[in-house]
Design a protein around this ligand. Structure first.
Ligand code: NAD
Ligand code: GLY
Length: 360
C-alpha cells in the first residue's frame, strides 16, 4: 500500500516513502508497461545506486535497459545536457512506450521529467529521488524544467510521474551541506502550511540532521502530504500552488545573480525565506518574534540566513524577470502567521529593499 498519493483523478499517483525501497521490485513492476526502461541519473548517484536500481528493475520485468548518465550539479540542468539525453534515447531506439526513471536529486528529476514530457510527445516516468530536497519537494507535483541563462526553470512543462519512490536510506550518503539544503524545503512546508510541524521541527531538528530514520520518514511524509494536498487543489499553479514558492522569489534571484551552482538551491531558498519573513513583518502582520523564529530555524539547520553580497538593485531586477511576476509586478508569498501563507502583489519596492537589508 502506498503511504500517500497525489489525487489527480485519472493521473493520481502513489508516493512510497521508507527505508530500503530502492531494491523493491514490487514497487516498479506496476509501471513497466512493455518493459523498455531508460534510467537517467548523474555520475555520482550512478556510482552509488544505479546497479541496485537496475537489479530491482530487472527483477520487476524490465527487458531493455538504457542508462543515461549526466554530469553532476545545477549547471547540468540546461539545454545541452537535455539534448544529450534525447540523443541517447534515440540512439537506443527508445519508443513511446519507454519508461523513463529519474534516479537522483532535483536536478536529475527536473531534467529527466522534462525529457519525459517532450520526448516523442511524452513518455511515462518514475521519480526515484535520492536527496532530501527531492524527496520532500521536487519529485512530487509534476513541475519539470531546465534553466536558461536569463532565468531559473524558464523552460519546462507540467508532467506528472507515475509514482514517486523515496528511499530515505539513500540519504545516508548525502553530503551534510546537501542534507541542510533539503531542510530548507522541509522548513518551508511547515512555515506556509503547518504550525504544528514547525514546532515538531524545532524539537527534532537535531535528529533530522543526525539522519535518524524515523524522524526522516516522518518529515518526508508530512512534507509530501502537505505538497500533495496543494498540488491536487491547484496542479497548474493558477492560485494556491504559488504558496509553495515561499522564499523562492528572493531565492531564485540569488541563484541567478550568483551564477547557478554557487549557492545550492536550498541555501538560496533559506536566505530567501528570511527575507520573505522580514517582508511579511512589514506587509502581512507577521510578529517580529516569529521572524526571529524563522531565522533561528534556518540557522539551526546550518543554512545561510543572510543574503549574499549582491546588489539589492540586481536582485530586484532578477525578481522582475521571475516566472511568478505578472505584468512585470512581482507577487510575493508572505506569512500572516507561522503556518499561514498569503500571496501579495503591488508591494512597495522600498519595503522589499528594507527586508533585504534586514537580512544582511
Ligand atoms: P541535486 O540534484 O544537484 O543533488 C545534490 C547533490 O547531491 C548532487 O551533487 C548529487 O550528485 C548528489 N546526490 C544526490 N543523491 C545523493 C545521494 N543519495 N548520496 C550522495 N550524493 C547524492 O540538487 P537537489 O537539491 O536535489 O535539487 C535541486 C534542484 O531541484 C534545483 O534545480 C531546483 O530548482 C529543483 N527543484 C525543483 C522543484 C520542483 O517542484 N520541480 C522543487 C524544488 C526544487
Ligand atoms: N516547488 C514549487 C512547486 O512545486 O510548486
Amino acid at each position: 500500500m502506498p503511504d500517500l498519493s497525489v489525487e489527480l483523478g485519472a493521473r493520481a499517483y502513489p508516493i512510497h516513502i521508507g527505508a530500503g525501497l530502492l531494491d523493491r521490485a514490487d514497487l516498479y513492476a506496476p509501471h513497466l508497461g512493455g518493459g523498455a526502461v531508460a534510467v537517467v541519473t548523474n555520475c555520482a548517484v550512478a556510482r552509488l545506486y544505479l546497479d541496485r536500481l537496475e537489479r530491482a528493475l530487472r527483477a520487476a520485468g524490465a527487458r531493455a535497459l538504457t542508462r543515461i548518465v549526466i554530469p553532476e550539479g545545477e549547471q547540468a540542468k540546461e539545454w545541452q545536457t537535455l539534448d544529450r539525453v534525447f540523443d541517447e534515447l534515440l540512439a537506443a531506439r527508445c519508443g513511446r512506450d519507454t519508461l523513463l526513471v529519474a534516479l537522483g536529486g532535483g536536478v536529475v528529476g527536473d531534467l529527466a521529467g522534462f525529457a519525459a514530457a517532450v520526448y516523442q510527445r511524452g513518455v511515462p516516468f518514475l521519480q526515484v529521488p535520492t536527496t532530501l530536497l527531492a524527496q520532500v519537494d521536487s519529485s512530487v507535483g509534476g513541475k519539470t524544467a531546465i534553466n536558461h541563462a536569463r532565468g531559473k526553470n524558464m523552460i519546462g512543462a507540467f508532467h506528472q510521474p507515475l509514482a514517486v519512490i523515496a528511499d530515505v536510506a539513500t540519504l545516508d550518503t548525502l553530503a551534510a551541506r546537501e542534507l541542510s539544503a533539503g531542510m530548507a524545503e522541509v522548513i518551508k512546508h511547515g512555515l506556509i502550511l503547518d504550525a504544528d510541524f514547525v514546532a515538531w521541527l524545532e524539537a527534532n531538528l537535531g535528529k533530522l540532521l543526525a539522519r535518524d530514520r524515523g524522524a526522516l520518514v516522518h518529515a518526508v511524509q508530512r512534507c509530501c502530504q502537505l505538497k500533495a494536498g496543494v498540488v491536487a487543489a491547484d496542479e497548474r499553479e493558477t492560485g494556491l500552488r504559488a504558496i509553495l514558492n515561499f522564499g523562492h522569489t528572493f531565492g531564485h534571484a540569488i541563484e541567478a545573480g550568483l551564477g547557478y551552482g554557487e549557492w545550492l538551491h536550498g541555501e538560496a531558498v533559506a536566505a530567501g525565506m528570511v527575507m520573505a519573513a522580514e517582508l511579511s513583518a512589514r506587509c502581512a502582520g507577521l510578529p517580529s518574534a516569529e521572524v526571529a523564529r524563522v531565522r533561528r530555524l534556518v540557522e539551526r539547520a546550518q543554512l545561510p540566513a543572510r543574503a549574499p553580497a549582491l546588489e539589492a538593485e540586481r536582485l530586484l531586477e532578477l525578481m522582475q524577470a521571475d516566472k511568478k511576476a505578472e505584468g512585470g509586478q512581482v507577487r510575493f508569498v508572505l506569512l500572516e502567521a507561522i503556518g499561514r501563507a498569503v500571496l501579495r502583489g503591488g508591494i512597495d519596492p522600498a519595503l522589499v529593499r528594507q527586508s533585504m537589508a534586514a537580512a544582511r
